[in-house]
Design a protein around this ligand. Sequence first.
Ligand code: HEC
Length: 105
Amino acid sequence: MKLNPNQFVFVLIFTFSLGMPVFAAPDLANGKAIDERKCYACHAKKSGFGNGDMIYTRSDSKVTSLAKLKSMVAMCNSELRLDLFPEDEADVTAFINRQFYKFKP
Ligand code: HEC
């Protein structure tokens, strides 16, 4: 198959954008930014604490393992149609775990 230059650049970018995040370590700064932008306000309101961090540290948390944390983040993401990419979901999970839950991997 012969590609013209535009197609070649497209294939290159596509390959890298798919391939990179799989190998990259989680980006905690990106995770924090996502939490602040997409998660904090709703948690502050829904939890009744007026503080979006406190839902992660509440004593009646159902999140008791890293696996449950991942599925809870995935649930908030898909239920609420936040449209996070899988790598963003991984970043925000890693940030929340590092900051609040502190589960061992
Ligand atoms: C529109 C509102 C809303 C948004 C936006 C939202 N969540 Fe939630 N989230 C909730 C509610 C409500 C609960 C509590 C669910 C329950 O008690 O079962 C919750 C609970 C959680 C929990 C479990 C907390 C615990 O320990 O009990 C995690 C983790 C979580 N959300 C992650 C996220 C992340 C990450 C995002 C952003 C990418 C996000 N949520 C965005 C409404 C939201």
